[in-house]
Design a protein. Structure first.
Length: 266
């Protein structure tokens, strides 16, 4: 058997297998749809009351309904004969509903309350909270404090002396005074760039700032605006310090000899 004939045979077998699977799948889908339809139809029939009663059961149900209607009619007729005045329709309704006969006198009151309930709409709601009525009857009387001499409170004399706070902190070399202390802010788009520029410039001049304020010194928050004051936007001037300049020069010189900078011929 050549390779071509073998491939042809395998192709035919594959096509037949797919057809059989398709037929089986279609049969299963049809069977499930038929089962679901039968279950749905039987459920609807049961909910709608399509029971197959026998003739005896149908006649028994018909006789029971007819007997109940006759009993209601007879009870209403007896009430009409016993009273001199004709019975109202609502009294007959109460009788047919199985309510005792001693509740007939409350029919007018029930109708009156029902009319009040129907008349109570949203338009009749009053949101007025003012006190109205007669004092002593509708609300308690107001007891006024009169005829009393005013006496001031007797406070003891105390002496209070103020002393400036002595708290301090170490130098803040990367502090943004306008942003962090006073709450000023630039445009939301430009603010990150301003903060990044301030950080990198402060990092470049960190030796100079460490020369102006030594790391172990205590810095007091004197000279700043107090919280709540209207602090203007200011640009602080850089501090002039020979010690800071010397440290900055020493840091640059050491970085030049320590870091591997490329030479002139690179």
């Amino acid at each position: 058997m050549t390779l071509q004939s073998r491939m042809k045979r395998l192709t035919i077998l594959w096509i037949q297998t797919i057809r059989v699977k398709s037929l089986m799948r279609g049969f299963v889908v049809w069977l499930m749809a038929a089962l679901a339809g039968s279950i749905g139809i039987s459920g609807i029939a049961t909910a709608a009351g399509w029971q197959d009663f026998s003739q005896d059961a149908k006649s028994a149900v018909r006789n029971a309904v007819f007997t109940k209607s006759e009993a209601v009619h007879e009870s209403a007729h007896q009430v009409t004969d016993a009273d001199s005045s004709p019975v109202l329709e609502k009294d007959i309704r109460l009788t047919s509903s199985g309510i005792p006969s001693n509740c007939f006198d409350m029919a007018d009151d029930c109708q009156e309350e029902l009319d009040k309930l129907r008349a109570d709409t949203l338009a009749s709601i009053n949101l007025d909270i003012h006190v109205t009525g007669v004092a002593g009857d509708d609300f308690p009387c107001e007891c006024r404090l009169e005829g009393e001499d005013w006496e001031p409170r007797q406070f003891a004399n105390t002496t209070m002396t103020w002393k400036a706070a002595g708290y301090c902190h170490k130098p803040l070399y990367f502090e943004q005074v306008d942003y962090e202390r006073y709450g000023h802010a630039a445009h939301p788009v430009a603010a990150p760039f301003f903060s990044a520029g301030h950080f990198f410039v402060s990092a470049a001049f960190l030796p100079y700032k460490m020369g102006v304020e030594l790391p172990w010194e205590c810095v007091y928050p004197l000279g700043y605006y107090r919280p709540g004051d209207c602090a203007p936007w200011t640009v602080p001037a850089p501090a002039m310090s020979l010690r800071g300049a010397a440290l900055e020069a020493a840091a640059l010189t050491g970085a030049y000899f320590i870091l591997p900078f490329p030479g002139p011929g690179f």
